[in-house]
Design a protein around this ligand. Structure first.
Ligand code: 13P
Length: 393
């Protein structure tokens, strides 16, 4: 690993204090914990590195089909080389590592190279960014008729994790989606099944040396349900996930959590950043143990500016949070970057510039120090994108 991958230097005092309280219970936790991975100490260091103050994750693990839709939206054909060029633009942005500590990749991308022959994983590591890999293989409808889903990908996962680690990946992502906002949703089956999948995935990743990003996404969908309803279900879902992680002996210091922020349904009036922050931090306080080093929110359903303002409000609402409250943004970092590039070499530098500005704004928001103006102001919710298949991965 490169010299740039140093342990984080600073944490806010509240986090440090909570950690020392946690440290006193270490013996008990370790004794009860069944995880005997040779990698435990490394997993903890990697998770702490990725969650360090002022940094977040660039989620660039869209499947080829989803990447294709996004490329085609700016007139770029969905070919392997165009997907490669797009990711090269992201990963070679000069100085990206000042704001980004991890980049999640799709399998194809993990093995790709830049035009100059350097492997993407080496480019990222040289920027101080850990390469990560999406390991789930997508969603599958659960029987029952409400459109709820489970996540596929456990079969053969151990072998894939070993191969990804060999290629340089140090963390992984598995996205589980729990649908709300419709009568009967979420069902007990969906909550339990998704919690089980996340726990088994996390266990397998830790055993073979990847930090699992646990992503229980209480999905933001159509409907006029309230922010309190999202909070109610989010709290339940996260609590189930945490209980199963515990049952499966997953080391919480060696995971990262990637949840949704609590937002009202897409057809309800938008909630202010202050309200989102109040309700989201309350939900996290009730359900996420302080041993988890970082909560890296996804941006789905928010505009680029909303993603930054809501993250800023979260850090203002909870400056002494026991975990990093930061980002793992896909669309909030990529949308304007992609539009600016539009496949033209002449736009390359301008596109990298907008990516860096967005990454910087979110880095500042993750420490509660974003003062604006935002590099991409305005733009309400991306309802249309969600409804036309732009959501998720
Ligand atoms: P968005 O920030 O675009 O929601 O993507 C994050 C992600 O990785 C969802 O799985």
């Amino acid at each position: 690993m490169q010299a740039k991958m140093q342990a984080p230097r600073s944490t806010v005092s509240g986090r440090a204090a909570t950690r020392s309280r946690v440290a006193t219970t270490k013996v008990v936790c370790r004794a009860l914990n069944s995880m005997e991975s040779a990698h435990v100490e490394e997993l903890k260091k990697t998770a702490a590195y990725i969650s360090q103050k002022g940094k977040g994750i660039l989620a660039s693990d869209e499947s080829n089909a989803t990447t294709g839709k996004r490329l085609e939206s700016v007139g770029v054909e969905n070919t392997e080389d165009n997907r490669r060029a797009w990711r090269e633009l992201l990963y070679t942005a000069p100085g990206l590592g000042q704001y980004i500590s991890g980049a999640i990749m799709f399998e194809e991308t993990l093995y790709q190279k830049a035009r100059d022959g350097r492997q993407f994983v080496d480019i990222l590591q040289a920027q101080g960014i850990y390469p990560g890999i999406k390991v789930d293989t997508g969603l599958q409808i659960l029987p029952g008729g409400k459109g709820e889903t489970t996540t596929q990908g456990l079969d053969g996962l151990a072998d894939r994790v070993k191969a990804y680690r060999k290629q340089g990946a140090r963390f992984a992502k598995w996205r589980a989606v729990v649908k709300i906002g419709e009568a009967g949703c979420p069902s007990t089956t969906a909550v339990l099944e998704n919690a089980h999948g996340l726990a088994r995935y996390a266990q397998i990743c830790q055993e073979h040396g990847l930090v699992p990003i646990v992503e229980p996404e209480v999905t933001l969908g159509p409907g006029d349900y309230s922010i309190e309803e999202t909070a109610f279900w989010s709290e339940r879902v996260y609590s189930h996930v945490m209980r199963l992680l515990n049952e499966y002996g997953v080391v919480l210091e060696g995971i990262l959590l990637k949840p949704n922020m609590c937002l009202p349904g897409l057809d309800a009036p938008v909630a202010s950043p202050k309200l989102v922050a109040e309700v989201t931090t309350r939900t996290m306080m009730r359900s996420i143990p302080p041993a988890v080093p970082g909560i890296h929110f996804l941006s789905g359903g928010m505009s680029e500016e909303e993603s930054t303002l809501n993250l800023q409000a979260l850090n203002e609402a909870c400056p002494e949070a026991p975990w990093a409250l930061t980002f793992s943004y896909g669309r909030a970092l990529q949308s304007s970057t992609l539009k600016t590039w539009a496949g033209k070499q002449s736009n390359w530098d301008a596109a990298q510039d907008i990516l860096l500005k967005l990454a910087k704004a979110n880095s500042q928001a993750s420490t509660g120090s974003f003062k604006g103006p935002h590099p991409v102001p305005g733009g309400g919710r991306i309802l249309q994108a969600l409804r036309t298949g732009g959501a998720g991965k």
